[in-house]
Ligand binder design. Structure first.
Ligand SMILES: [Zn+2]
Length: 176
């Protein structure tokens, strides 16, 4: 699904004026609809020059198979494994190798811990990368890493403009 080119251009120009990719991400999050539906998640991708910002919003169920505080040793291990996985985002988000991108920062909010007690919970994570050259493609390993995930709504703001994509398992490559 691609936006009207004129609208996309205006939006891209406005976003460029608004400055950083991080701000574009914040804007997308504020105006976006973040329904908690198991199997579905949202990804915000902002590329500006050599900087890449990726935001992921997802029900915890998609990543863990549960959303409550971990009760068993197995559930605690699952949370630890998820944290480790998110802390190495280059294995989930493969930016095109020619760009030689490195992880700059990882921020994770919403991992369940001993005191959380609710029926449903979301995880929000932000990843930033800095590249030697502007990247032009991203291969997602989210569907292979998290088989419970069935649909990913992507908002993409890149030098090519803004685009929206709805991806399912087997659709993992974004290019701009
Ligand atoms: Zn839930």
């Amino acid at each position: 699904m691609r936006m009207n080119p004129a609208f996309a251009f205006c939006l891209a120009a406005a976003l460029a004026l608004a400055a950083s990719a991080a701000q574009a991400h914040g804007r997308a999050r504020k105006t976006g609809h973040a329904a908690h539906v198991h199997g579905q998640a949202r990804l915000m991708l902002a590329v500006a020059g050599n900087a890449v910002q990726i935001g992921l919003e997802t029900p915890l169920d998609n990543l863990l198979g549960f959303e409550h505080a971990p009760r068993t040793a197995k559930e605690k291990q699952a949370v630890d494994a998820l944290r480790a996985r998110l802390d190495t985002p280059q294995t989930l988000f493969e930016l095109d190798p020619a760009a030689r991108c490195q992880v700059e920062s990882v921020r994770i909010a919403g991992l369940p811990h001993a005191r959380t007690a609710h029926d449903h919970a979301d995880l929000e994570a932000d990843f930033s990368f800095t590249c030697a050259q502007p990247p032009r493609a991203l291969t997602l390993q989210l569907f292979s890493a998290f088989p419970r995930l069935q649909r990913l709504d992507v908002e993409q703001v890149t030098p090519a403009g803004q685009a929206l994509h709805r991806l399912g398992p087997g659709q993992s490559r974004l290019e701009w």
